[in-house]
Design a binder for this molecule. Structure first.
Ligand SMILES: [Ca+2]
Ligand SMILES: [Ca+2]
Length: 234
């Protein structure tokens, strides 16, 4: 019993020892209220909680009355949300390109951020609601001539926090030679539904992260158990 308790404590300690010094960056936590309509069009908002200090938001949808909207921190606290009231086949875009005051892309606006500086190797999007299936696409730009993209579909029926991981290694060149993830000037996150659906979508955060914590827990726990076992033998 004592040995088991010791091994458990060491396993827990192993987890913390093996955790990286940093755990990525928050690209957006959606803490500031911001809304965009399909008409009159795109908006840009100060976003002190977002990477680069500003979020540019665009929706691509036919004009309807009342207007189709997407928002942050309005439908739900610290959440990005939109809901298609009729079949719109809407596309919604979140853009991080520094403080340019425009929903048009400034492909070098972030000034060459190194997304891997703290050991991060993937984006994680925390989707908390999606009643219809759809897709998420991420575009990463080093400049206007070089970008990479990755797309992940999501299924219908998401009702609680579901993490979608986009490892940097899975991105394919979209323009030129592709993006250099150690020299990033802008990022776009695009969300859309499958055709002819009425998607209600909610996103809790966008961030970067190193290897998944579950893998580190396993490695740390095994190492600690091995140490406990060798102590028992000695
Ligand atoms: Ca901007
Ligand atoms: Ca912009």
């Amino acid at each position: 019993m004592k040995r088991l308790a010791c091994a458990t404590i060491l396993a827990a300690a192993g987890f913390f020892w093996s955790r990286p010094a940093s755990s990525g960056v928050i690209i957006d936590g959606f803490d500031v209220a911001h809304q965009v309509n399909s008409t009159p069009g795109p908006t840009t908002s100060s976003a002190p909680e977002g990477l680069g200090g500003e979020r540019d938001l665009r929706v691509f949808a036919p004009p309807v009355t009342p207007a189709f909207t997407a928002d942050t921190n309005l439908t739900a606290p610290s959440v990005f949300a939109y809901s298609e009231p009729t079949v719109l086949n809407a596309i919604v875009e979140l853009e991080y390109d520094g403080i340019d005051g425009s929903a048009f892309l400034d492909a070098t606006g972030l000034g060459g951020i190194d997304l891997t500086a703290d050991g991060a190797d993937r984006f994680v999007l925390d989707v908390i609601a999606a009643d219809f299936a759809g897709f998420m696409t991420i575009f990463v730009y080093s400049d206007a001539s070089n970008s990479s993209a990755a797309q992940i579909p999501f299924g219908a029926g998401i009702v609680s926090s579901t993490l979608f991981e986009f490892p940097f290694a899975t991105f394919a060149p979209n323009l030129g030679a592709g993006a250099d993830f150690t020299n990033v000037g802008a990022m776009e996150f695009v969300i859309g539904s499958v055709p002819n659906s009425l998607l209600e979508f909610r996103l809790d955060s966008i961030r970067t992260t190193p290897e998944p914590a579950s893998g580190l827990l396993l490695v740390g726990g095994i190492a600690a158990l091995a140490r406990a076992r060798s102590r028992r033998r000695s």
